[in-house]
Design a protein. Structure first.
Lengths: 310, 366
């Protein structure tokens, strides 16, 4: 009798486990997990594994035979070039991001105030520098910067200036790489700011106009606060990308003259790949992490707190 | 505080004329409501008064000064928007004081004005909150507070209650009326809701197709509409219009609505209608409250007739019946005590002392 009862409950239990499993697969969080799985795998393979591998590499000697602990790092600290690269990277990234942000902001306002008809055309055209692969566009810049035959120096010569050693002199070379980076990166700010501007309700400006705000006060008290989160996130993103820039410097100056335009990425490449010291190259590139982490903390500090106030 | 005057004000958008030369005089302290269907030009008119839209032609004066080319900030007006337009990154107090801070008022005065307005609107406890922490009704109060603290010459309201639910709308309506009774600032209020217009206004301006159809106190518009549009727009349920003809039978002037139904025109109205040519196509305008049940309205003023309602709407304090007559659907209002059933014949009565006769072609009330 008891047995019979047990054998009767068993299929029921099996059914409940099966429906439990089905419920598990039907849960939104489970579906979300599986949907995100390909990306997570990709990130693991392309980002997490190389990151840990470079951590491992950084602890080896030049021939990658022996564990040296922090040896590579202490070696770097003693080298002047390293500190120069730190300074140059920071200067490059901060200057370029500030100008990209400013230009993006101003141009976004200009485009935003264009009549709707012409706006699409301008938006498309202004995005071109950002859309062209930087390796290609930098080649064009390289020709423009050529000391003898370039368009720039020819124009300057017409007005009696020049010739300017665009990539030959340390200061001019730094100026040139920053200029090209701004040219290529400003459209990103433009498009982000334009989207942010479009999301500010028109009535807020009208309310501010009635409240007595002039043009500048409307930007200061309405536009900027409404765009704060976008500005912060765009700045951080651009700071990371600019700080880790490789292609522009590599093509335009290859770090020269006399390492005066090297950034972390280009110097790591020079030491690691060209100089055949992969562990030291890995150590150099790892230095970007703490610097960018600190920047991220500062920039993102208020975003959670502010949230979406609208 | 000031009077507002509009002289032949026109607004054109390319080819389209949104406002077609309107004249309006709003004396000091008055509460004027611009009402009309969507696209009638009421909001555009308000925005022109505010300075948010340019004026294509004509003149707008505030306090006697022409303000056509004066920017909004120098017009000394305050506006309450439909979606409140509160600055999301500012607290309630900051939102309310923004205009005063821009004008560099002394801190003590700003604080005093904000506190005073907050007390008046019962939002003292919310003063440190951000707009997203407030309900729709509370946001509306803050938007009003922002207008009040400025102590402007004119208040402008652009459909301020449209985003609120029905119950809150009634509550805020009373609130707005109370505020106006206290501060007595000249107010121009735009709405598409004729109930709001009727309940709030000292005078209602009914607009249609960019023109003013009629201006007058709510009761005048209700009882003596000048056009078919006003007659149909003001009042809920709307006025019934029945195609009809005048005819004389045995020396009696009567209005014939169908082969079977004709009602004698009351003696005091005969003189008014006698001159109308008999072949004019007319409409008989009757409000639902003048189409009643015959049982509780048996005096001589009421003309009984039979109808078969197809829809009954009990509202509690009254019951609306919808029935066909002379090819049109009519609405009547009967005593809720009467047992009316859809599809069952009902004896109704019409009170022609409150009738309107309209020219079908021109829409004019005769």
């Amino acid at each position: 009798m008891v047995d019979a009862a047990q054998s009767m409950t068993q299929p029921i239990r099996a059914r409940t486990t099966r429906s439990g499993l089905r419920k598990f697969f039907e849960r939104k969080s489970t579906i979300a997990f599986f949907m995100a799985l390909p990306l997570m795998l990709l990130i693991t393979i392309m980002v997490i594994y190389p990151a840990f591998y470079s951590l491992h590499l950084a602890t080896l000697n030049k021939s990658m035979q022996r564990f040296v602990g922090f040896g590579n790092f202490t070696f770097l600290f003693k080298r002047e070039t390293f500190w120069m690269v730190v300074q140059q990277s920071c200067f490059f990234a901060i200057t370029a991001v500030i100008f990209k942000a400013l230009i993006g902001f101003v141009v976004a306002h200009l485009v935003h105030n264009l009549p709707d008809k012409g706006q699409r055309k301008w938006r498309g055209m202004l995005l071109v520098p950002w859309v062209i692969p930087p390796a290609m566009s930098t080649l064009a810049w390289l020709w423009l910067f050529d000391p003898s035959y370039s368009a720039f120096n020819w124009i300057l010569a017409q007005v009696g200036i020049g010739p300017i050693p665009w990539t030959g002199d340390a200061s001019w070379a730094r100026f040139s790489v920053i200029l090209v980076n701004i040219w290529a990166g400003a459209p990103f700010f433009l498009i982000m700011y334009l989207a942010a501007l479009k999301s500010v309700p028109e009535q807020l400006y009208e309310a501010a106009a009635i409240d007595g705000a002039n043009w500048w006060q409307r930007i200061w008290y309405v536009t900027l606060p409404m765009m704060r989160n976008i500005i912060a996130i765009t700045t951080l993103f651009s700071l990371i990308v600019t700080f880790a820039n490789f292609d522009i410097v590599r093509i335009l100056t290859a770090g020269g003259p006399l390492d005066k335009t090297h950034l972390f990425a280009t110097w790591a490449f020079r030491i690691g790949i060209e100089g055949n010291d992969i562990p030291l190259g890995a150590s150099i590139s790892l230095f970007m992490v703490p610097i960018l982490a600190i920047a991220a903390i500062f920039i993102l500090r208020d975003i959670n707190k502010r949230g979406n106030e609208a | 505080m000031a009077e507002v005057t509009l002289r032949k004000v026109v607004k054109r958008y390319d080819e389209v004329e949104a406002v077609r030369g309107i004249d309006l005089d709003i004396p000091d302290h008055e509460f004027v409501v611009l009402v009309g269907p969507s696209g009638c030009g009421k909001s555009t008119t308000l925005r022109m008064i505010a300075g948010l839209e340019d004026i294509s032609d004509g003149e707008i004066m505030i306090g006697g000064d022409v303000v056509n080319d004066v920017p909004p900030k120098d017009r000394d007006i305050a506006m309450v928007f439909q979606n409140y337009a509160l600055y999301p990154h500012m607290t309630v107090a900051e939102n309310m004081s923004f205009g005063l801070r821009l004008k560099h008022y002394p801190k003590a005065e700003i604080k005093q004005r904000v506190t005073e307005a907050a007390r008046m609107l019962d939002i003292t406890d919310l003063i440190d909150r951000k707009p997203k922490q407030l309900s729709g009704g509370q946001r509306q109060r803050v938007a009003m507070g922002r207008a009040i603290v400025r102590n402007p010459k004119v208040f402008l309201f652009d459909e301020p209650l449209s985003n609120l639910d029905a119950k809150l709308r009634v509550q805020m309506r009373i609130e707005i009326k109370k505020v106006h009774q206290k501060v007595r600032t000249t107010t121009v209020y735009v709405t598409h809701d004729q109930v709001e217009a009727m309940t709030l206004a000292d005078r209602v301006v009914v607009m249609n197709h960019g023109r003013i159809e009629q201006i007058g106190p709510p009761n005048e518009l209700y009882h003596r509409p000048a056009t078919k549009f006003v007659a149909g727009f003001i009042g809920s349920p709307a006025m019934n219009f029945i195609p009809c003809q005048l005819e004389e039978s045995g020396g009696l002037l009567q209005v014939r609505v169908s082969e079977a139904a004709a009602f004698p025109i009351p003696a005091e109205r005969v003189a008014r209608y006698r001159g109308i040519p008999r072949d004019t196509k007319l409409l008989l305008g009757l409000r639902p409250e003048h189409l009643v049940d015959a049982q509780s309205n048996q005096s001589a003023a009421f003309q009984p007739f039979d109808a078969t309602p197809d829809v009954i709407e009990p509202m509690g304090m009254e019951t609306f019946v919808y029935f066909p007559l002379a090819g049109v659907q009519l609405c009547g209002r009967i005593n809720p005590g009467i047992e009316a059933q859809a599809g069952a014949p009902l004896r109704l009565a019409v009170d022609l002392n409150h009738m309107h006769l309209l020219n079908e072609a021109t829409g004019a009330v005769l």
